[in-house]
Design a binder for this molecule. Structure first.
Ligand SMILES: Nc1ncnc2c1ncn2[C@@H]1O[C@H](COP(=O)(O)OP(=O)(O)OP(=O)(O)O)[C@@H](O)[C@H]1O
Length: 690
């Protein structure tokens, strides 16, 4: 007999899922729980049932901490919890689900707790947060100040410096180890990098800004004080973490400090889907979890896949089976076999785009909506030719991953103003916003910032700052706008409209396409309406920017049908009826890694596995025989001939149906399928010199 109790709303779960849901609920000293859940085995579903079951059993939703990989995942989880709990609690479920206020990402929760405990930590609670790009700018400023940008042999770029810094912090490793392992070409700069990082940390502190890594680092440091750890830990009866395979060492140390005896702790993950080791995530977190407690954590494995047909699952299993190191067992399914996944050979990227567009339309004729279909790719720029083809054919699509809404200059400008108002010491924001004024360059911006940073009331000091000589009335208008915004006269979110009114003349002066950009600003205003305050808006948006413009409420075409385009990383946790994987060739997946380390190659294999396991009924892996590469320094742009990905060697071909597209027809004659030249003379000529 297993310990599963019959509770009607849990009837849809299988026994392992049910055990995971009811584990320890109502017990005084339940052991911690690790759920190892394979792809499509109902991990999200199980976690949602567990939260709902806790609520139904009387747990206080305000004392549940639920950490997910993205804010979107957290809000979807809350909706699911409500739907499940509604079966028992009726309308009361909505109130309880709304009270799940501690659901979010590690970074978001960290920011909230740090503001709450700011005075105990010597922090100013009005700190602003730098995203990766701001951090790189900040690193660059410090790099210049120290004179490292003028070194004779080339000092690492700002992006590399930040990556090294971030890796040291997140992996909790000394710089020498990080350089030796991952950045061997920078080993000679260890001493300078240390000096740079020390100055970078100091600059952030003077400006009262925290970067992404600081949120975890400060949180972990705070938890090293037993008093604070006990206080923060006692706020929560239950702590649950989804996608545990993609957490890093800092995150696990925070978790252990929150619940040292593991009581009330649940983590869920799948080592086969670990795809974030470039952010120092480590699968050891999962492996070491059970033994971190005495008695050790209960481990429940979910290995029944409900998502994919058995033909798709079998091919995905075969791919991951070749991994050098694995901990979880293969998944099984009782779904029908279905048709085998297809390996579709096409001539080039143009044909790849045409194939996908035609197939997508064919599926739509066959009754699948566009939204039930997704096209996945390893790198954001891989979808370029497809985007053109879809636009040409009027097939609407939304793209996830890659360039984000918030990365566009005009959105960053407006946010920089709000950030400056929130924290006038934030130099990156200050620099950006001041230089929007006509006639203001780095020198006069620097002068203003130096003046206000000394003052105890920086915003008031703006009025007495040396007005940039050529800014004229624009300076007066700027000071007035900042003053009004700081005074909070308009209130939130109306103040964003005030900010926009200040910015619009500058937008028109700076950008030719001001009209389209204005529409984005209006959309930003709508998004802002969903947040209770300026601070929450800035924090949440920086930490977890919308993946695509339609990712937030208020987008007009949200109800319409559109095809999903997504990087594989952004497809995590999702599923579609039909999935197309683009560029299933070496150089794209695995991405061109140069002499890539074995672990990096293994992560690429898991990425292909994640992509394949998103498909329910149809899976197409497209293999263009040649494709275009961009700007490698020695060779420039050129066509290269591609090989099928090494992750599908000949031995696995039996799992796939191989087809060529377009199907050659006699009537077509010898004309090339894409209508291009039969002999690419120009390419041959260029090839003579390469
Ligand atoms: N007990 C069950 N009975 C029927 N269907 C189920 C059951 N559990 C989960 N499913 C279905 O299986 C699919 C996958 O579930 P879910 O998205 O929760 O999996 P997951 O483990 O989070 O997947 P991944 O890790 O691959 O993102 C969903 O369509 C879900 O509705």
């Amino acid at each position: 007999m297993n310990a599963v109790t019959p509770i009607a709303y849990l009837d849809t779960l299988n026994p392992a899922q049910r055990r995971a849901v009811i584990h320890g609920v109502g017990a005084v000293d339940a052991s911690p729980l690790l759920v190892i859940a394979g792809a499509g085995s109902g991990k999200t579903n199980t976690l949602a049932h567990r939260v709902a079951h806790l609520l139904v059993s009387g747990a206080d939703p305000r004392r549940i901490l639920l950490m997910t990989f993205s804010r979107r995942a957290a809000s979807e989880m809350a909706k699911r919890v409500e739907r499940i709990a509604r079966k028992v609690l009726g309308d009361g479920a909505g109130v309880l689900a709304d009270a799940l206020t501690w659901a979010g990402t590690f970074h978001g929760i960290g920011a909230r707790l740090l503001r709450d405990c700011a005075d105990q930590l010597g922090l100013d609670p009005a700190f602003t947060i730098h995203d990766r790009e701001d951090s790189a700018d900040q690193m660059n400023l410090v790099r210049h100040e120290l004179g490292f940008s003028k070194t004779e042999s080339r000092f690492p770029t700002k992006g590399t410096c930040l990556a090294i810094y971030s890796r040291c912090v997140n992996a909790e490793l000394p710089i020498e180890d990080v350089l030796g392992r991952s950045y061997p070409w920078c080993v000679a700069w260890a001493a300078e990098l240390k000096e740079l990082f020390a100055a970078y940390v100091e600059a952030k502190q003077t400006q009262n800004v925290l970067d992404y890594d600081d949120l975890l680092l400060y949180w972990a440091q705070a938890m090293s004080d037993p008093g604070i750890a006990a206080e923060v830990g006692s706020r929560f009866d239950h702590v649950m973490v989804d996608e545990y395979q993609d957490t890093n060492r800092l995150q696990s140390s925070i978790l252990l400090a929150l619940k040292p005896d593991g009581r009330g702790l649940t983590v869920v993950g799948d080592d086969a889907q670990s795809i974030y080791s470039f952010r120092a995530a480590t699968v050891r977190n999962i492996l070491d979890f059970p033994a971190a407690f005495a008695p050790p954590a209960e481990v429940i494995t979910l290995d029944q896949n409900y998502r994919s047909t058995s033909a798709i699952l079998s091919a995905a299993n075969a791919v991951i089976d070749l991994a050098t190191e694995r901990f979880t067992k293969n998944l099984w399914t009782d779904r029908a076999t279905g048709s085998p996944p297809q390996l579709v050979h096409v001539r080039d990227e143009a044909d790849q785009a045409r194939f996908i567009a035609e197939k997508v339309l064919e599926n739509r004729e066959g009754g699948s909506t566009l939204k039930q279909q997704a096209v996945l790719f390893r790198a954001s720029h891989h979808s370029g030719p497809l985007e053109i083809e879809l636009t040409r054919r009027n097939i609407p699509f939304v793209k996830f991953g890659g360039l984000k809404f918030l990365d566009s200059a005009h959105i960053k400008d407006l946010l920089a103003l709000l950030r400056f108002v929130e924290n006038p010491r934030d130099k990156v924001a200050g620099f950006r916003v001041l230089q929007l004024l006509p006639g203001v360059g780095p020198t006069s911006a620097q002068r203003v910032l130096e003046h206000i940073v000394q003052a105890s009331a920086p915003i008031e000091a703006l009025g007495t700052a040396p007005a940039p000589p050529r800014a004229g009335d624009d300076w007066t208008a700027f000071v007035a706008a900042v003053d009004e915004l700081r005074g909070g006269m308009a209130g939130w979110p109306a103040e964003i409209e005030r900010a926009r009114r200040w910015y619009e003349p500058h937008l028109e002066r700076i950008h030719e396409d001001a009209g389209t950009r204005q529409a984005d600003l209006v959309q930003l205003e709508q998004i802002a309406g969903g947040y209770p305050s300026r601070e929450r808006f800035l924090t949440e948006l920086t930490l977890d920017p919308p993946d695509a413009t339609s990712d937030q409420a208020g987008v007009p075409h949200l109800d319409e049908d559109y095809l999903i385009l997504s990087t594989i990383h952004s497809a995590k946790g999702q599923e579609w009826k039909s999935v197309f994987v683009m560029n299933t060739v070496d150089g794209c997946i695995p991405i061109d890694l140069g002499a890539g380390a074995r672990e990096e190659i293994e992560e690429e294999r898991r990425l292909l596995y994640v992509a394949m396991t998103r498909a329910k009924d149809d899976l197409h892996l497209v293999v263009p025989q040649r494709f275009f590469t961009h700007g490698q320094s020695a060779t420039g742009d050129r066509h290269v001939y591609a090989n099928r990905t090494r992750f599908i060697p000949n031995a696995l071909l039996g799992q796939f149906e191989r087809v060529a597209w377009p199907v050659a027809s006699v009537a077509d004659g010898p004309r090339s399928p894409s209508g291009g030249p039969k002999v690419d003379v120009k390419a041959k000529m260029r090839g003579m010199w390469r």
